[in-house]
Design a protein around this ligand. Structure first.
Ligand SMILES: Cc1cc2nc3c(=O)[nH]c(=O)nc-3n(C[C@H](O)[C@H](O)[C@H](O)COP(=O)(O)OP(=O)(O)OC[C@H]3O[C@@H](n4cnc5c(N)ncnc54)[C@H](O)[C@@H]3O)c2cc1C
Length: 354
């Protein structure tokens, strides 16, 4: 089975900023590279805030995050690594010769000499309502996203959440539903100021700081919801009250999940993976980069993700070839870019002539 699999020098798991930069930098180090991303899209957490302006990446003047994501992806493709989308890596087996056999949740397998875990906070999934048994209502009137606004027409809708999604859906649904109640754990909403104001000025009933404490159903349908005012610790302060509902929409944001990777024997520190100053984990040939890494001076920023990525690639290169130089030759003097630079020179010459 593994005979048919192509063997890579390095496989990067995770296609966020750390993984994308590692894919570029490993090309500078002549490593046969594969990058595997669980989602169908590259970009990692930058996909959560595409509209935001980014100011704090060195040498990059203010840039819309969606544009920065596009540029990171373009850079990752520079040396034509193999990029696999839509596969969450769950299994790791070390073969007799030390190579690592990775298995995706969907069953596909990959073979690699080294690994760079650029997992961020894990695979982001919609945070579910933390009430036992709530999942049985998901087939009927407990929603985590709105697929069709019309299905809420004339209904009494309760929305739980206080971010952009909760506020935007409240504003969308208020003219369609019979009533919209928004329950949020904090006084302040995280959504855009203008949208929050619009919601508060509309007929949406806003209850803060409140939380959903119980669902009351008949069969597989929710008929009413108990909500209670909560204190700073999230504990109910008074008796709860019941609100009749036809639909409940939960917008509690996203939660990262490392999945079975945590069973691989990697040493953890707090919520992520312990690394040394060379980004090595406790397992041979396995390195970590970006938000998933935990070491003393870790910087949970894009700038930190890029630095980690280069360090992890250098360590992977050294693991394979202890005689290899400590780092890649700088790009300004690197012959790898000679041909590519000619294209830029030609454009500049053309501009000079015009
Ligand atoms: C709202 C918000 C605003 C921010 N603003 C800024 C800012 O202005 N400036 C700044 O510098 N930083 C900012 N950050 C932080 C920055 O986005 C992160 O530091 C950066 O995204 C970390 O990159 P990463 O590659 O380590 O992880 P991530 O971006 O989280 O990417 C990890 C990727 O790994 C994938 N993955 C995980 N597990 C698996 C698996 N088992 N198999 C396959 N794929 C897997 C995930 O799907 C994900 O795509 C912000 C973060 C947030 C949430």
């Amino acid at each position: 089975m593994t005979e048919k699999l192509e063997l890579y020098d390095v496989t990067i798991i995770g296609g966020g900023p750390a993984g994308l930069y590692a894919a570029f930098y490993s090309g500078m180090r002549d490593m046969k590279t594969k990058l595997i991303e669980a989602k169908e899209e590259l970009g990692g957490r930058t996909l959560i805030y595409p509209e935001k302006m980014i100011w704090d990446v060195g040498g990059v003047t203010p840039i819309r995050c969606s544009q920065l994501t596009r540029q990171m992806i373009e850079q990752a493709y520079t040396f034509e690594p193999t990029i696999v989308l839509g596969q969450q890596i769950t299994g790791l087996e070390r073969l007799e010769d030390g190579t690592m056999l990775l298995t995706a949740e969907s069953g596909e397998q990959h073979l690699s000499k080294t690994l760079i875990l650029a997992l961020g906070h894990g695979v982001l999934k919609l945070a579910k309502l933390d009430i036992s048994g709530a999942e049985r209502y998901e087939v009927t009137n407990l929603y985590y996203t709105v697929e069709e606004l019309e299905s809420f027409r004339g209904k009494q809708v309760l929305i739980s959440g206080g971010g952009d999604s909760a506020v935007d859906w409240a504003n969308e649904l208020v003219s369609i539903a019979a009533s919209v109640t928004v329950v949020h754990r904090r006084e302040r909403f995280g959504g855009h100021e203008r949208s929050v104001r619009r919601m508060k000025e509309s007929s949406v009933q806003v209850r803060t700081p409140y939380a959903v404490t119980q669902l009351h159903g008949r069969g597989d349908r929710i008929e009413a919801v108990s909500i209670a005012q909560i204190n700073a610790d999230g504990e109910p302060m008074h008796e709860s009250e019941q609100i009749a509902v036809d639909a409940v929409l939960i917008n509690h944001g996203l939660r990262g999940d490392f999945g079975p990777v945590v069973t691989w024997g990697l040493e953890k520190k707090d919520w992520n993976f312990k690394a040394d100053e060379k980004l090595a984990t406790n397992l041979p040939g396995i390195f970590v980069a970006g938000d998933a890494a935990n070491y003393g001076s870790k910087l949970h920023l894009l700038a930190g993700a890029f630095t980690d990525a280069a360090l992890a690639v250098n360590s992977a290169k050294h693991y394979l070839d202890p005689e290899a130089p400590q780092r890649a030759q700088v790009s300004s003097h690197n012959a790898k870019f000679t041909e590519k630079n000619k294209a830029f020179d030609a454009v500049e010459e053309g501009e000079g002539e015009a």
